[in-house]
Design a binder for this molecule. Sequence first.
Ligand code: SF4
Length: 496
Amino acid sequence: MVKQAVESTVNGKIRCDACPVMCYIADGRAGACDRYANVGGDLVRVDPLTMIENTVSAGGKVVEFMPGPEREWDGDIVAAGHRFITAVGAGTTYPDYKPAPFIVSQKTDGVDMVTVVTEGIFSYCGAKVKIDTDRFVGPETALVRVDGEPVGHVTTGEYGSQMLSLGGVHHLTGGGKKEGRVTCEALMRLCNRERVDFTVDGGAALSLQAGRPPVIDGVEEARMRVGCGSASIGMFAKQWKDMVDEVVVVDDHITGVLSEHQAGKLLDVPPTGIRIKGRRSTPGRYFRVAEPGTGWGGTNISDPLTILGAFDPAVARPGLKLLMLSTTGEQYGYYVLDEALNPVLQDVLPDAVRASVETVAENCEPASVSVLFVGGAGGSLRAGVTTNPVRLTRSVKAALTHVSCGGAPAYVWPGGGITVMVDVTEMPAGSFGYVPTPAIVAPIEFTMRLDDYRALGGHMDAVVPIEEAVAQAERRIAPVVERAWPTDRRNFAWGG
Ligand code: SF4
């Protein structure tokens, strides 16, 4: 375990100064965040320092290291350059002028590199959550709650997915004490890939876990649609045209109608006299056929016939065959018009029609929950890297410094500051912690050439060889992300 210097002791209790809370900790006890403990008078970081090692002994697969057309893998899986000290378990320094807990140097591919390793304390942070489902989870901007406390809101949906924006400084520090505590805990658990239960005002109950299917109102979502109703008509029109007379793909976004759709027109599908209740956008494409919900295609309907008006008697005919289905193929019905031109649900689905519904379902992807942690590396965090924080920002923007979180590649937003976004499933398990200020603790590493580190005003006196950190690493893991390695020269502007 990593030891931190003890600068003050009062009545046998040592003071932790890894965050502004400044706990006094008795021997054998942990501080308020459970991250630091007093072990026989030593202040230790409880979670093990985590190192990524690209070796078989680490329990990982033998994977190609730095694959790519321009480099041939030489089969070397044990070279010293294949170790990376992550910030998981590294600890935090406070106040800002202190160098980061580990600033390690290593030669990689003939280049002297340095990695600055720290567990950042983020109060400006949150999670963007993508839920693969068409089902209605709640109105845009509706509050998302945990234990009754607001922790975020529903934001604009993406194609085939509903989106939540959780956390953020207003919930962490700008609301009530309980709101901050609950938000912090929910974020930490979600980012640590644990299951968290949410409710949405005016919407659904959600049970979410990164990398797992979402559970909406107690029902596990299985499929993410292949396309909207209109796209489905376009994709499968050829299959349907000789099988049935009409197809309606029910969708809260765009409901598609084969005979009116351009695809049907080009394939000479004759008009059927069908009438759809909804706002016609363009031929064969209808908006708002129903209200959003957890029924067919993300609408609130359980009987698709409710979106149909009476068939036009001048065009329709008895015996006309109609297939109605949802965008995932999860719901479907096969109807035949009777003498009065009313659709009558058939008990038996013709084999070809059943196969076409199965094709729609087969083309869906497994529904999953994606959690991206978003955090801004503030001036204090950057000061642990360099005495000139703005130079670190410029170095990152110039691609001289690569940012990773627990070794996982982080997307750095354009514009000012260093706002990173990272997929929590690519990070080592248990990467996230908290401090009761409240704020989230997340690992972050800055990797660059040693010369570039010197040029940006780095804490050169604090640079140690990687072996010094390796000696303290108690957890060795195989790479979580096989396609990326933080010291890979392709991460840098100079790497070609
Ligand atoms: S909350 Fe944790 S990090 Fe902060 S002073 Fe207490 S033990 Fe140290």
